[in-house]
Design a protein around this ligand. Sequence first.
Ligand SMILES: Nc1ncnc2c1ncn2[C@@H]1O[C@H](COP(=O)(O)OP(=O)(O)OP(=O)(O)O)[C@@H](O)[C@H]1O
Length: 574
Amino acid sequence: MRAVDPRLLRHARAARTCLFVTVLLGLAVTGLILAQAALLARALATAALGTGATALAGTLLLLLGVVLARAAAAYGGEVAALRAAARVKSQLRRKLIRHALRLAPVSLEGQRPGEIAAQATKGLDGLDPYFARYLPQLVLSVLVPVAVVVTVTAADWISGVVIAATLPLIPLFAALVGLHTKAQTNRQWRLLAQLSGHFLDVVQGLPTLKAFGRAKFQEQVIARVTSEHRSATMATLRIAFLSALVLELSAALATAIVAVETGLRLLSGHMQYQTALLVLLLTPEAYLPLRAVAAQYHASAEGTAAAQSIFAVLDTPVPSRAVRAPAALVDRGARVPDLRAATISLNGVSVAYPGRDCPALDGLDLTISPGELVMLTGPSGAGKTTVLRLLLRFIEPSSGTVQAGGTDLDAVPVEPWRAQIAWVPQHPSLFAASVADNIALGQPGASRAAIEEAAGLAGAASFIEALPHGYDTQLEEQAVRLSAGERQQLALARALLRDVPLLLLDEPTAHLAPAAAAAIDRAIRGPLAGRTIIVATHRDAGLAGASQVITVDGRRRTEPASRQASPVATAVIR
Ligand SMILES: Nc1ncnc2c1ncn2[C@@H]1O[C@H](COP(=O)(O)OP(=O)(O)OP(=O)(O)O)[C@@H](O)[C@H]1O
């Protein structure tokens, strides 16, 4: 990463303010350093001439003021930088989530959730030292040496030349060490991210690993990655210590040269005492920020490496051809078709997922009138979920069109379209919140009575009431302690509560006992009748009351679909 990655300024506006404040403070601190040295030199030189304390009082008071101002600038600068860092981290996290949402669910499938979580949390926290220490030092390392060289040259050109000639050695050595550090820190960060991913996998898959007797093997994998991470960290630390040593030595040597030549000229009477003092006080200040910036570079390298991985996600383009996430489309201001009255039609729709030779859907034609109950059946991988994803507008057709009320969905804004849909996915997500809040996810502010009614319809009421705090029971992440069927019933209740015209149910009864599944079927035909419902299911037996049973098989070309109004229409969709 460059000293200030332009992507940081582009992705996090707070970083610009921080940079501006840092430069301002840098200028102030540079001025104070020069003033402090000048006042100290004057005070010492005056005192050496035997001047009384009262005559020195003014200079000493000024000096005290400068020292206090320097301390205040350092304190204020760090506080402001830490605040800015917190804002930058929050902006980057929000941007990461927003972008991940735009990429999801298709383009993010290659990313490991553990790695993204590590980047967005611990990784970004590494930006604190970057903003609070590295950036201010970087600014000082440009301003102070220049100011010192100019001031010293004005006072004594020989010392000015010595400092100007030796100063470049520090950044030169730092750059040489830095070249090596960069690769090392990137490796260290990559290993840490890998480690987080492995941990997440292992923790999530513990029962499976135990059942298949692979827990020990995973322990070994984690031990190996941990050990690689340890040696990468040690290698980075070794470089950090080595670089500190090299820089300290060069700075000490350069200061010693100035001290010797100044001392000799002072002894031979070719230099004034006050000038010599000024030169001697200012010389170390020229090297100090350069040494400090090199040290801070190591401290902040982890944060910048994490930021780079986040930029990699942020710079992943939203897929544009085969599978486009429509949230990225420009809202062209089209009217949003009212799904209570609009007919949905898929006209010759094909979907090809990236990296797949075979299309998931190939020339699908389908018409769904408002209030219909449509059943999509077919073998695993036939493309049933893909049809639902199209309607949810997580993906776009590679060819063909999806329309509602004659309007191409391409031209319809995504959010109001989705506001008319409730969805039960195959693997519903439940969140670490109360049961009631999980059910009310799609209908915020729903009354407790409405929540209980939806739970009753989904067949979830009895198990919820048996929980320790009923509807107020707090679920843990993904509600891991609930059975698969209970999780599914909660997701169903969530969808049923949402008062919308289109319900998309993906294997809604897959984990349910026959009696519970029959209750769902009854709800679909009873209280939900009137809404348009599309159910993707493996079940061969047609859902009683379904107006269309569509057998989807994206991989097989068959005769075009046929559809009858009543009784149940059965079609094989290619
Ligand atoms: N994000 C993706 N990237 C690549 N291929 C995908 C992706 N999602 C689905 N597929 C592929 O598309 C095909 C259709 O998948 P889909 O999930 O729609 O099938 P399905 O009929 O719902 O299957 P099941 O009944 O097992 O849920 C499958 O071959 C699947 O592997």
